[in-house]
Design a protein around this ligand. Structure first.
Ligand code: COA
Ligand code: AMP
Length: 641
């Protein structure tokens, strides 16, 4: 362990809170600056924290060039393993640098400069990493959109970010089907308000469609270019000097409304925090192989497939495939064995999927996973049963850590690079240095009682690497996160500390749900269901799902005089959700009710509905308009089993 030395975890956390200047300036020395910062926290910056004022750097240089200049150009930077096509590619730091510099040249030749937005809509192929780092190289702000979102969701993001260029591919590969991206991109551009002038397409042999198919067609005015042609003739671009606070990327995430929020990440704070996290949380450094089995479209992919491993000079794995079925439940162990993976990071749902298919871990016997020193899990609550199963089966620490798109890295973890603390199943262990966590009641008063659940809040300022704002809306930033509990960042999660200072995150306090580690807004699902001509009213809730943690369940009432049978309505609503949000919503459950359970003031009793669906104990709320509606709900649920 070479992380924060001396005094162990508690001392490191104490120093980060009592002497943040000293703590973070020391961490900043792990990054190569063009102009080194002389102070950590900007005294004139926003209350949330603005880090390393005066510092100038380039994130792509730190992820690539500096390792090559230090003589590590031949080290493997990226391993691409596609379980879908059988392709395996390794790129050294020198090779990856060459491709990133050339693609940065392609973007620049197409008019992209500092501060311009580029939407990246790519599957799990090396070009996703290349495109992101190419943007960072020339100071463009990338916004990656997950491939499981539909054209309308892509269009919403185009209209908010207003990119001039979209970088995409002919498509992605899901078990049993290809997902053609180009019709979706063309439709999204046609639906949007016309900022996109160029589309660059990576042609994949395995998925039909190319830039040539879209040239001269009139549904978009954009110019469609072929990635390979452009890269072959491009002049490489050098990294530009950026201010620490300049935006590196915008990543959209679900909020409580249908309109996703564009989380803004800076350059300086992000590079320092992620580089620090690799050694201190994951205990990973140059030459180690680190694998985040997620997708570049999510924050885990941004931070731990792309930026952190490369900033740290480690090897990152891009895996195109699933934990099961591609071809079997040994897929993860095969990749660990093939590339000597040291740390694996995934979502609990992936582990539950493996457990369901291979409960006795028979597949593990076919592979040597002795290189694995830890399994990190995040994205949703790690249920104790799954924890025990993985912990017993793998014989390496299984670490639950808690974080959010907004924070960009772990808020709570067991920091293996500093000091491995005893694990408590159900807890994400302790606050990471820099995060000062407080449990507040609904009035914003700290709850002193140990073990009592409340709103989890983080005292401002937030540490480096966390969100700088919401794209295009100071007001939304303030109202979503800052004005709920003045002086604190409101996480939207509830939970409690135990007497040893371990945090237990119990669930969201808002309408955000987590389906297979994918964050969705029930509000946006409700907006889609009400588009159906037969639906009068609806409520969408996150109910318990044994595999995916949660799944979205829809409860609808029909317009007077409408007659439609349950299976037709379900099929039509499922199709609507796929069309408007995308397959990732995995929406399948529809219950038709005569009335929704409501309070006398007309508020839908979501918690009570969820408790009834999940078979939990519940008490009939005294404000309920008509208690017999709950009996109707139970009857409808038992009829649909
Ligand atoms: N592009 C297009 N479609 C996608 C997609 C993508 N990148 N990713 C998922 N989908 C589709 C799936 O094909 C599926 O479509 P279907 O309804 O036609 O079958 C749908 O979205 C739902 O996907 P998912 O919820 O992932 O379910 P699944 O049954 O395909 O797989 C797991 C279940 C558990 C194996 C899978 O969710 C998994 O590996 N999860 C890991 C979690 C993870 O990576 N989380 C990221 C945060 S750490
Ligand atoms: P996302 O922004 O998609 O990463 O989702 C963030 C949300 O996922 C958090 O606000 C939590 O509700 C949930 N979450 C993530 N990690 C954990 C964890 N380790 N334990 C409990 N909940 C988690």
């Amino acid at each position: 362990m070479n992380g924060e030395s001396g005094g162990g975890y508690r001392e490191a956390w104490r120093r980060s809170i009592s002497s943040p200047e000293d703590f973070w300036l020391t961490a900043a020395a792990g990054i190569d600056w063009i102009t080194p910062p002389t102070m950590a926290l900007d005294p004139n910056g926003p209350a949330t924290g603005s880090w390393f004022p005066g510092g100038r750097l380039n994130t792509s240089y730190n992820a690539l060039d500096r390792h090559v200049l230090a003589g590590r150009g031949a080290y493997t930077a990226l391993i691409y393993d596609s379980a879908m096509t059988g392709t395996r590619i390794k790129l050294s730091y020198l090779e990856l640098l060459g491709r990133v510099a050339r693609f940065a040249g392609v973007l620049r030749a197409n008019g992209v400069g500092i501060g311009d937005r580029v939407i990246i809509y790519l599957p799990m192929i090396p070009e996703a990493v290349i495109a992101m780092l190419a943007c960072a190289r020339i100071g463009a702000v990338h916004s990656v959109v997950f491939g499981g979102f539909a054209a309308t969701e892509l269009a919403v993001r185009i209209d908010d970010a207003r990119p001039s260029v979209i970088v995409t591919a002919s498509g992605g590969l899901e078990p049993g089907r290809t997902v053609q991206y180009l019709p979706l991109v063309a439709k999204a551009i046609a639906l949007s308000q016309g900022s996109v002038h160029t589309v660059i397409v990576r042609d994949r042999e395995s998925v039909p469609g190319s830039a040539a198919d879209y040239r001269g067609r009139n549904e978009t005015d954009a110019v469609w270019l072929d990635w390979a042609d452009e890269e072959a003739t491009a002049a490489p671009a050098d990294p530009v000097a950026l201010r620490s606070e300049d935006p590196l990327y915008v990543l959209y995430t679900s909020g409580t409304t249908g309109q996703p929020k564009g989380i803004i990440r800076d350059n300086g704070g992000h590079a320092v925090a992620l580089n620090w996290s690799m050694r201190n949380i994951y205990d990973v450094g140059p030459g180690d192989v680190y694998w985040a089995a997620s997708d570049v479209g999510w924050v885990v992919g941004h931070s731990y497939i792309v930026y952190a491993p490369l900033l740290a000079g480690a090897t990152t794995v891009i895996y195109e495939g699933k934990p099961i079925g591609t071809p079997d439940a040994g897929a993860f162990w095969r990749v660990v064995d093939d590339y000597q993976v040291k740390v694996l990071f995934t979502a609990p749902t992936a582990i539950r999927a493996i457990r369901r298919v291979d409960p006795d871990l028979l597949e593990l016997k076919n592979h040597d996973v002795s290189s694995l020193t830890s399994l990190f899990l995040a994205g949703e609550r790690l249920d104790p049963e799954t924890f025990h199963w993985a912990n017993n089966g793998l014989h390496c620490p299984v670490v639950d850590h808690w974080w959010q798109t907004e924070t960009g890295w772990a808020i709570c973890a067991n920091l293996l690079g500093i000091e491995e603390l005893p694990t408590k199943p159900g807890s994400a262990t302790v606050p990471v240095p820099g995060f000062d966590i407080v449990i507040l009641d609904s009035t914003g008063k700290p709850i002193e009682k140990i073990g009592k659940d409340g709103n989890i809040a983080i005292r401002l300022p937030l540490p480096p690497g966390t969100l700088r704002g919401v794209w295009g809306s100071e007001e939304r930033f303030a109202s979503s996160y800052l004005s709920v509990f003045p002086g604190y960042y409101a996480t939207g999660d509830s939970g409690h500390f135990d007497s040893d200072g371990y945090l237990f995150v119990m669930g969201r306090t808002d309408d955000v749900i987590n389906v297979a580690g994918h964050r969705l807004s029930t509000g946006s699902l409700e907006e889609v269901l009400t588009l159906h001509p037969a639906v009068a009213e609806c409520a969408v809730l996150g109910v318990h799902d044994a595999l995916k943690g949660q799944r979205a369940a829809g409860f609808v009432t029909l317009k007077v005089g409408t007659s439609i049978d349950h299976s037709t309505l379900t099929a039509e609503l499922v199709a609507l959700v796929r069309e408007h949000i995308g397959p990732v919503a995995a929406f399948r459950d529809v219950t038709i009710l005569d009335r929704l359970p409501k309070t006398r003031s007309g508020k839908i009793l979501r918690k009570t509905i969820r408790q009834i669906v999940d078979g939990e104990e519940y008490s009939v709320p005294p404000t309920i308009e008509d208690p017999t509606v709950l009996d109707d709900l139970k009857r409808a649920l038992s009829a649909s089993v």
